[in-house]
Design a protein around this ligand. Sequence first.
Ligand code: F6R
Length: 364
Amino acid sequence: EKAGFEHFMMKEIHEQPKAVSDTINSLVSDGRINLDNVGLSDEVIKNISQIYIVACGSAYHVGVTAQYVIEDLTRIPVRVEIASEFRYRKPLLDKNGLVIIISQSGETADSLAALREAKNLGVRTLGIVNVVGSSIAREADDVLYTLAGPEIAVATTKAYSAQLIACYALAIHFAKVREQIDDNEYKNLIDELLTLPDKISKVLDDKERIQWFASKFANAKDVFFIGRGIDYSISLEGSLKMKEISYIHSEAYAAGELKHGTISLIEDGTLVIGVLTQQDLYEKTLSNMVEVKSRGAYLMGITNYGNYNIEDTVDFTVYIPKTDKHFTASLAVVPLQLMGYYISVARGLDVDKPRNLAKSVTVE
Ligand code: F6R
């Protein structure tokens, strides 16, 4: 049942190209985004005043990425919130807003409660859900299904990747309907979306190098992940993967924020992983890498092919194929999933069933 892989998590990491392509294929036909099965009409889309994305854990991290992508492409203001916070803070929601709940299981108690809260307030809801017929799928006004298939490992990988695709498709479609992008940009974005499965496979080809590097950090005490913009959102997910399966303390920081306190934790040999896929922020984050290096950090970088001068600063680099700047999370997350996985394996831990965690969190 693990199809020759040692763990479900590794199997599911390798199923990402398929999860992504199945999800894309369900949303794109004849070169256009088709949301007929989802239900949001053009009229509804044109009237959206504000988007609220609400989720937990990794699904929340998808929301953080989606906030950057949707705002940039559609110019609709997006707010992203942790479900257990949203539900208790008496949220002030605009009546023309759209609440998007992202959930693999569709059963997460806080996400479901947030959905009900939004409905009580009379705001339209959209669920991005993987499990067909789950509570969130049944109760949301509209549902966009991710087609990641069943996910067994507690730590999410392929469902996260499919959720990103769902958000990209919404962003592209909303941008087109609201005339924020022209036919040419629309076509280019969709063409690029279709290349992501192959590019994810390409990143997976680097896994042995990553395994070699990860095995050196089996005894790390702390790991820091830094990035700016979308790269910050990827850092959040990399850090969660690290702590949940390898039990190593880790934190994700917006790169520019480190110097406001946290940099005092950097010691000789502390691993700092920089995510540098946003070309316009590359030099800024690189200068933060230089700063931590001068305090003794050991550096890993994830960046686009072509940014070879990173090697002047960084000890170990993983290059990802070039893609549209909005889609880099889909590629850069893969080496981070592999880092968490290989460190967990090197420490002899139960990768698929980490302590204290359940696959579906149905308690509050
Ligand atoms: C982390 C992980 C969790 C889930 C979170 C939400 O690897 O899997 O953080 O993302 O519990 O679960 P769903 O998406 O089922 O609502």
